[in-house]
Design a protein around this ligand. Structure first.
Ligand code: PMP
Length: 417
């Protein structure tokens, strides 16, 4: 490393494992609400929420309070599932209530929660659950999907580029095109599960029709296949309803969540009916175990997060003011503000958006200029997608205000010009 790097930068490059040669390497001192603050006081607007995590903003006071309260009681007590830990049982009850809505009564009841540490672990658990419950091995996921980086979840990734060097991975994984009705025929009585995002994230935010998800549900019912919705990005209010499946009037057999669920703390879950989940109890006993899954401090943070998200969606918008725009209206405002000849299309729902440019070569300098703008005290952090590098990722905290949206969009437009 050259001498021009600060001491912290040298430590970062020398001692932290790098996964690319061009990390953003922003040096952040603190974060609050929608803002990250650099070591020299630069203020960045976080328009990606740490990749769909900080839905309630950074360091939401209610989340901090819940964490402090739990720290005063206990942290880790025992491996998962042995003791009755109040934060876990309260969170499980609250999660189950968000899913089993009266309007969706005809669907499977998802009343049993298995807590994990991360999204990819939720995916792993759900795959094991589906294989064990159905006695089948084939799993279907979508081209251009991302479900995690552990070897099982990586097997589902819909791009050979990411998998080639790590083979052999899981056998018996097949892919279909997201949102394409004709491909549903590939789901058969051999298929244990279909794992799919309701709105696909890393493919560049693709929003399928209601007819698609209804037909997918029907095909899974016909073939005895478990339908697993990965709501790791779309859940916890991101698309304007608590879960994205609510837009489609379809409920899965297994629901996955993580990311925004912890309000900034690490936690994930897979949720199913008690009947399905009970297969982990025998043959073998302890069919899925974890030491830290459902950490009490993460569960306490998550319950507070859940309540704040509900408040944002259905209550006082999380900041005590009732005048604020809804999540859907905030997304619509961004779509109206970001009009420019270089923008080909804006896709998405709620505050999960993709702004399409003609190519990565056009987009990348725009992203860089928007962040660099922070030298003048007002930079904006955006990103692109794993499988769609001509589109800008926009997924700001749901608590972003109308004025903050206007400011962020003005900086993005300036960066485009
Ligand atoms: N599923 C989806 C849809 C995701 O977006 C991600 C993370 N980007 C994961 C699973 C994996 O989650 P984690 O990084 O917490 O393992």
């Amino acid at each position: 490393m050259t001498n021009t790097l600060s001491h912290r930068q040298q430590l970062f490059y020398n001692h932290l494992a790098q996964t690319s040669d061009f990390p953003l390497a922003l040096d952040i001192e603190r974060a609050e609400g929608i803002y990250l603050y650099g070591q020299n006081g630069q203020r960045y607007i976080d328009m990606i929420s740490g990749i769909a995590v900080s839905n309630v903003g950074h360091r939401h006071p209610k989340v901090l309070e819940a964490i402090h309260d739990q720290l005063d009681k206990y942290m880790h007590l025992m491996v998962y599932g042995e003791y009755i830990e109040t934060p876990q049982v309260k969170l499980a009850e609250a999660l189950v209530k968000t899913i089993n809505l009266e309007s969706l009564q005809d669907f499977p009841s998802l009343d049993n929660v298995y807590f994990t540490n991360s999204g990819t672990e939720a995916v792993e658990g759900a795959m094991k659950l589906a294989k064990r419950f159905t006695g089948r091995s084939e799993i279907i996921s979508c081209f251009n999907a991302y479900h995690g980086s552990t070897q099982g979840a990586l097997s589902l990734a819909g791009a050979e580029f990411f998998k080639r060097s790590f083979r052999p991975l899981l056998p018996d994984v097949r892919h279909i095109r997201h949102g394409v009705l004709e491909d549903l025929d590939k789901i058969t009585t051999r298929t244990a599960a279909v794992i799919i995002e309701v709105i696909s994230g890393e493919a560049g935010v693709r929003v399928p029709t209601e007819a698609y998800h209804q037909a997918l549900r029907k095909r899974c019912d016909e073939t005895g296949t478990l339908l697993i919705f990965d709501e790791i990005q779309t859940g916890f209010g991101r698309t304007g309803s608590f879960w994205a499946f609510e837009h489609y009037n379809v409920v899965p057999d297994v629901l996955l969540c993580a990311k925004g669920m912890g309000g900034g703390m690490p936690i994930g879950a897979f949720i199913a009916s008690k009947e399905i989940m009970s297969v982990f109890k025998n043959n073998p006993i302890l069919g899925h175990i974890t030491t830290f899954g459902g950490h009490p401090v993460s569960c306490a943070a998550s319950l507070a997060t859940l309540e704040v998200v509900q408040d944002i969606l259905y209550g006082t918008r999380g900041n005590g003011e009732t005048e604020e725009l809804s999540v859907g209206e905030k997304g619509d405002l961004i779509k109206r503000l970001l009009i420019h000849p270089k923008i080909k299309e804006i896709r998405g729902r709620g505050l999960m958006l993709a702004v399409e440019f003609v190519s990565f070569d056009v987009l990348k300098p725009i992203i860089d200029r928007a962040i660099q703008n922070s030298q003048s005290g007002g930079g904006v952090i955006t990103d692109w997608f794993l499988f769609c590098d001509n589109s800008m990722r926009l997924a700001p905290p749901l608590v972003i205000s109308e004025a903050q949206i206007r400011e962020a969009c003005a900086i993005i437009l300036e960066a485009i010009d």
